[in-house]
Write a protein that binds this ligand. Structure first.
Ligand SMILES: *Cc1c(COP(=O)(O)O)cnc(C)c1O
Length: 451
């Protein structure tokens, strides 16, 4: 940092809130239309279609390997549903009228790894496997990919390894899929990764390398070890366009789901989507897909923990990955372990900044309270990270920074709006752990009641 913290705060006053770990929000005045922003992304609809087609080719393999995908014919997808009870709970909780409809996108229920990482992480491993097999003359795109379940392919893939640095969920997705294909897999995990995730990976035959430090160091070490081994493929969470495109495929499928629910998205019925953000690949990729699917009628907003507001800080200062929350003394310690990232992806921030309407932060206590409320009122169990987007609807509708005015939303548009909180994970959390999450949320709620 060339300037002092004080200089930074003078020029960028919201940094003060971030440093004080206060919940805050920023609606970027620099957003543009999709048309203007697209050249800066460097990817297009053909790239998303290519990723989508690849996942269709792999569907017979996935269906055979993972019987839980039988009913969806090997397509890894999650439901979306209305949460009217939760909508009125948060209306009361934040004392704000919430017109429009709140939906929840339940990536917590994605098959195989129970989080949004089942989109990007699994996609990247499949793409790598396909490339190796095609280059070796063992596979063509016209083949039935169910053949990848045979011993011949397992033998072939066992000559190669896959490595990744992860806070947990990415490691789970990549580790499980790599191991099932026959790859040697190693996951470099930061100190905040949960024990049960390490245990589960080891049970799948994945090598888990543990670090005392945070996520960035685990990634760096993983990358370094992979560089010295030409048979090792490193999944780079900070810069991977493959991950990004795997996430982006979600959007077209969501549009189909909304069509089936007869939920209309157009100029008169704008769509707001609230995406929990860690390093940025997941929410960035989904947001890119959403923009390609719904154009300027969709408004994407990222949610981060107050202890790890890396994307908001990076875009707000314009420094992207050249700055970390730790540079301002923010500790990057949060119960939202999928979001515990101190330095955002430079690729995602630079590619997507013109397409993201805003950013907001949420305290850990609030995520726990929402977790308990979601369990009580909707009978939906989520991990803390997955709740970060839930306050989004209230943040947008109550904001007084001038965002709604600048966007020129009419009362009718806001009455007709659809709000989707992306519930990014939860189903893999062991029962005991989930009970303790819920207990913690209830305890916080009880303290609130007492005041
Ligand atoms: C990883 C993760 C995210 C955010 O994805 P990034 O690509 O790190 O931004 C959100 N929620 C959960 C549960 C996650 O595991």
């Amino acid at each position: 940092m060339t300037k002092t913290t004080e200089q930074w705060i003078n020029e960028h006053p919201l940094i003060q809130d971030m440093v004080e770990l206060k919940e805050t929000q920023w609606f970027n005045p620099g957003v543009t239309t999709l048309e203007e922003a697209l050249p800066f992304v460097g990817l297009n609809q053909d790239d998303i279609n290519d990723a989508s087609a690849r996942l269709v080719r792999f569907a017979p393999f996935i269906k055979t390997m993972f019987p839980e995908t039988e009913s969806s014919n090997g397509i890894i997808e999650s439901p979306v549903r209305a949460v009217p009870a939760m909508q009125s709970v948060i209306e009361n909780r934040y004392s704000v009228k919430l017109p429009g409809q709140l939906l929840l996108k339940l990536d917590s229920q994605l098959p195989i790894s129970g989080s949004i990482k089942a989109r990007g992480g699994i996609y990247e491993v499949l793409k790598h496997a396909e490339t190796l097999a095609i280059n070796a003359g063992l596979l063509t795109e016209q083949d039935d990919y169910a053949k990848l379940t045979t011993d011949e392919f397992r033998q072939f893939f066992s000559q190669y390894s896959v490595a990744v640095g992860s806070t947990g969920n990415l490691g789970l997705s990549i580790g499980i899929m790599s191991a099932r294909l026959g790859f040697k897999a190693s996951v470099h995990m930061s100190a905040d990764a949960r024990q049960w995730k390490k245990d589960m990976l080891r049970a799948h035959g994945v090598e888990v390398v543990e670090y005392e430090s945070d996520y960035s160091i685990a990634v760096e070490e993983g990358r370094r070890q992979a560089e010295s081994d030409p048979t090792c493929y490193f999944v780079d969470d900070e810069n991977s366009t493959n991950l990004f495109l795997g996430y982006a495929v979600a959007a077209k499928r969501l549009r189909k789901q909304l069509d089936e629910m007869e939920v209309v998205v157009d100029k008169d019925h704008p769509l707001f989507v609230y995406l929990p953000c860690g390093v940025g690949g997941g929410p960035g990729g989904v947001a890119f897909g959403l923009k390609m699917a719904f154009g300027d009628n969709v408004h994407c907003i990222f949610a981060e923990p107050t202890h790890s507001p890396c994307m908001m800080l990076g875009v707000y200062t314009g420094l992207h990955d050249e700055i970390s929350v730790q540079d301002f003394g923010i500790d990057n310690i949060t119960a939202a372990d999928g979001l515990a990232v101190g330095r955002a992806s430079g690729f995602v921030g630079k590619a997507m900044e013109r397409l993201l309407d805003g950013y907001f932060t949420v305290t850990d206590e609030e995520m726990y309270c929402l977790l308990a409320l979601m369990n009580r009122h909707e009978n939906i169990r989520l991990e803390p990270s997955a709740l970060a987007g839930v306050p989004g609807i209230a943040r947008v509708l109550s904001e007084e920074e001038g965002y709604k005015a600048r966007m020129d939303f009419s009362e009718d548009q806001l009455n007709n709006a659809i709000h989707i909180a992306w519930a990014t994970g939860g189903n893999m959390v062991p029962m005991e752990e989930m009970r303790s999450y819920i207990r913690k949320g209830r305890d916080y709620l009880a303290v609130e009641m007492a005041h």
